[in-house]
Design a protein around this ligand. Structure first.
Ligand SMILES: Cc1ncc(COP(=O)(O)O)c(C=O)c1O
Length: 218
């Protein structure tokens, strides 16, 4: 076996020895377990209106997008969904990705210019961490929910484009980001605030133009 393949094997063995091997646990369609680990907080995955619409879309459009969105993969169903989402959220627009991971990669890459500084919370989800890395921008990781550290990182990079990156409800601990204070600090330094709202949408705050800033802080 080539050396580098043997090295991969050794790494897998070390992971196993340390008890870090992850395994998939497929569930049956009629699973009766109470789900306390998934993200389907609103029960939309099995909501009759949602499954009926998905069935109708499958009949009308077939399975899969048939191409990337920029080529043949954008349908009028995508457009209707994005217009509905934007209206509902009170935003200028919406862009649907096929996963949260891809949304974070896409958003971060799109916001970065050559001198951009990213200021990322230490508890951010792996997709935000990968997004920061793949964007190629310099990234400062600040201690969890530490607004002073964010302010200091921004103050140390005067005149540079900067994006503060956080979740709203953190995925692992379930605590809330100090969004109002982060927003104020970002504003003061002319930075953008990028919020991954995966675990909060509809569950906290209010819908509309100001919803994201009005959450209760810890
Ligand atoms: C905060 C957060 N962002 C992004 C993701 C990635 O979403 P997806 O699993 O749809 O790629 C997750 C996944 O759990 C998440 O918790």
């Amino acid at each position: 076996m080539a050396d580098w393949l043997a090295a991969l094997d050794r790494r897998a063995q070390l992971r196993a020895k340390a008890g870090l091997t992850r395994r998939l646990h497929p569930r049956p369609a009629d699973d009766r377990m109470t789900d306390l680990a998934g993200n389907d907080y609103l029960g939309l995955a099995t909501h009759p209106e949602v499954t009926a619409a998905a069935t109708a879309a499958l009949s009308a459009y077939g399975l899969g997008a048939t191409g990337s969105r920029l080529v043949r993969g954008s349908t009028d169903a995508h457009r209707a969904l994005e217009e509905d989402l934007a209206r509902w959220l009170g935003t200028d627009g919406a862009l649907v990705f096929s996963s949260g991971y891809l949304a974070n990669l896409g958003a971060l890459r799109a916001l970065v210019q050559p001198r951009t500084l990213l200021v990322s919370d230490a508890h951010n989800h792996a997709s935000l961490i990968d997004g920061c890395r793949l964007s190629g921008a310099e990234t400062v990781v600040t201690p969890h929910a530490d607004v002073d550290a964010v302010a200091a990182a921004l103050a140390a990079a005067p005149g540079r484009p900067a994006v503060v990156v956080t979740e709203s409800v953190f995925s692992v601990d379930g605590d809330l980001a100090p969004l109002a204070r982060l927003h104020a600090v970002a504003r003061r330094h002319g930075a953008l605030l990028l919020v991954d709202d995966a675990h909060a949408l509809v569950l906290t705050g209010q819908i509309g133009r100001t919803w994201v800033w009005e959450r209760v802080e810890i």
